[in-house]
Design a binder for this molecule. Structure first.
Ligand SMILES: Cc1cc2nc3c(=O)[nH]c(=O)nc-3n(C[C@H](O)[C@H](O)[C@H](O)COP(=O)(O)O)c2cc1C
Ligand code: SF4
Length: 566
């Protein structure tokens, strides 16, 4: 399909600047299936961004194309949980059925078939993402039936949720989004705006000992205090909804099922740190979450729970959504700022930290979806109420995403301190088959053996045994699984997602993968080579991606040295 600028896609972006680049590219990608030179030229004129920069951004993301692809692009997830559920076979069957190879387009131009990294649908493995020209993205879950995948690309996949207590997951059952009427009229925000100073809100969050749920476990109250105190205007709130860590899907469930809880948490963060604008950066592979949040923002604006003069007060707060386009690195907070600003998602050198130099280099509080979703109840019920669950260093309830060989994969809310064994047995219905290994914290995590199942699930207890809670991913593998294959998939993931800005990670992820993929098995000395590469990446990489890209491999070497011997 040819593009002529007269078609008007760009009209609503007139006067906008570079930070509108991602939304503009999404509009073109959706309408035409790819972004050609004429379109790039037109975008360049409208936003005043050099064409070469626009090509750089298009090529940075896996969901954007600068060459024609099929009318429908089917991406099958081949990350570990989907692999266990037969993703490779689905991909092969799909290719055979359409007469193409991986990454090829059918002769009639109708389909392109390819693989992809984790889609955050590990509880419905195997999963696929379908992009249809003129329509956009949909996700397809339990994609084992190739004919259904081709014919009926709309399918519901309500999440399995459970746990004790049910605070964050309260009201999540059939997978529908909670309406405003069901959720309530932002009582915590009302309490804050009319009854607490911003400093009072921060003091309550500090007293609650809430620590970030995005993986780095930084105290939220401290982050907000620093942001509020930082000089420079304006201040921003950013919600990190990139959730691209393989095995993690809790934020998807929160956004799809409790969008108002998150929006109220963002508004409270805005009130606390002195921000009038919040951005929600959601990964492009979560189309349903983006649509539901968009609808919830509209509902909240109509009810004056967001926007100018919230509830008749002098506090104003606006939320804008930015869809990512397929890049794990954009979950790293400074890469995410670059992405919102319309650049390639390269991490910045820290310090300075986001609290003083964040989005647009202004003071910014960036938090994970779950962190922000925990805030309304803390403000409403108080810090002591929150601390009734968990431990001193892991306060409050916490979500975990469990996938792989358990009877009921899903998102579970737990009181930290619960043992891994009880999580798997009591909440997830037990392990399917005989347990071999548990990967804690996702691709950037570490393995546990069956004799380590009694570890209490807290940040401190997991750290004490050399493991990690990370973002709460728990991937379970039984004895039928070839752990070398799991490591190869993780190695491919890091090699593919390394942004290439620094050499230890750019080269290290490449060398690590080459060793893991040796067709004839490991060579003598491979253990030492992997250790060297791992140590270099961990010590010398610029950001958390490279610093954690060897963790799973190094932990597997410690626990199962026989895997690395010829
Ligand atoms: C490679 C990489 C990917 C990350 N992905 C995410 C993500 O998807 N979601 C998230 O909340 N944090 C992610 N983080 C952590 C963020 O940089 C940041 O610490 C977090 O958003 C802060 O929020 P919190 O304090 O509420 O946890 C990632 C970090 C790295 C290094
Ligand atoms: S560690 Fe990897 S992902 Fe991070 S900046 Fe360096 S190359 Fe990029």
């Amino acid at each position: 399909m040819e593009y002529t600028p007269a078609e008007g896609l760009l009209e609503r972006y007139s006067g906008r600047e570079r930070d509108a680049l991602l939304p503009v590219l999404w509009d073109f990608q959706t309408a035409y299936g790819h972004i050609n030179p004429a379109m790039v030229r037109a975008i360049s004129h409208t936003l005043r961004v050099p064409e070469s920069d626009i090509y750089g951004v298009i090529q940075f993301y896996s969901l954007f194309h600068d060459q024609p692809v099929g009318e429908t692009v089917i991406r099958v997830c081949t990350s570990p949980s989907c692999a266990l559920a037969g993703a490779d076979r689905v991909l092969d069957d799909l290719c055979a059925r359409l007469g193409v190879r991986h990454d090829e387009t059918t002769r009639d131009g109708r389909y392109t078939v390819t693989d992809t990294t984790c889609l955050g649908l590990c509880d419905h493995a195997p999963a696929a993402l379908i992009s249809r020209r003129g329509v956009g993205e949909t996700t397809f879950a339990n994609a084992a039936d190739v004919e259904a995948l081709l014919e009926n690309p709309e399918n519901a996949h309500p999440p399995t949720v459970g746990g004790d207590p049910l605070v964050l997951l309260a009201g999540v059952n059939d997978g529908r989004p909670q309406s405003l009427a069901e959720y309530g009229d932002y009582a915590a925000l009302r309490h804050a705006v009319f009854g607490l100073t911003p400093e009072g809100v921060i003091a309550e969050i500090e007293a609650s000992d809430l620590i970030g749920r995005g993986g780095a476990a930084f105290p939220t109250g401290t982050k907000w205090k620093f942001t509020r105190q930082a000089l420079g205007q304006p201040h921003y709130v950013v919600c990190n909804a990139d959730e691209s860590e393989p095995g993690t899907f809790k934020d998807r469930v929160l956004m799809e099922c409790r969008p108002h809880l998150l929006l109220e948490g963002m508004a409270l963060a805005g009130y606390a740190v002195g921000a009038q604008r919040g951005y929600l950066f959601v990964r492009g592979e979560y189309p349903d979450a983006a649509r539901r949040i968009e609808a919830a923002i509209a509902e909240a604006l109509t009810a004056r729970l967001l926007g100018d003069g919230i509830m008749g007060s002098s506090f104003s707060f606006h939320v804008e959504i930015r869809r990512g386009a397929g890049a794990y690195i954009c979950g790293e907070e400074t890469a995410l700022f670059e992405a919102i600003e319309g650049k390639r998602g390269f991490p910045r050198v820290k310090p300075p930290f986001p609290t003083t130099h964040g989005l647009f280099h202004k003071p910014t509080a960036i938090n994970n979806v779950e962190t922000l979703s925990a805030v309304p109840a803390i403000v409403l019920h108080g810090s002591d109420w929150f601390k009734q669950w968990g431990t001193e260093k892991s306060a409050g309830s916490k979500l975990v995403s469990v996938s792989g060989h358990v009877r009921r994969p899903g998102v579970y809310e737990i009181a930290p301190g619960l043992s891994l064994r009880r999580l798997l047995d009591d909440f997830c219905g037990g392990v399917v088959g005989s347990l071999q290994a548990v990967l804690m914290g996702g691709a950037a995590g570490t393995f546990l053996r069956p004799d380590e199942l009694d570890v209490p699930l807290t940040f401190e207890d997991l750290r004490a045994i050399g493991s990690t809670f990370g973002s709460g991913a728990v991937m379970v593998f039984n004895q039928t699984v070839d752990l070398r294959d799991v490591l190869r998939r993780l190695g491919r993931f890091f090699q593919h997602e390394s942004c290439g800005k620094c050499f230890p990670c750019q080269l290290g992820t490449q060398r690590q993968l080459e060793i893991l993929e040796r067709a004839a098995g490991p060579l003598p000395g491979d253990s030492r080579r992997l250790q060297d590469i791992g140590a270099t990446m961990t010590e010398a990489s610029l950001c958390g991606l490279g610093q954690t890209a060897a963790l799973a491999v190094l932990s597997a070497m410690k626990k199962w040295p026989e895997l690395f011997v010829t």
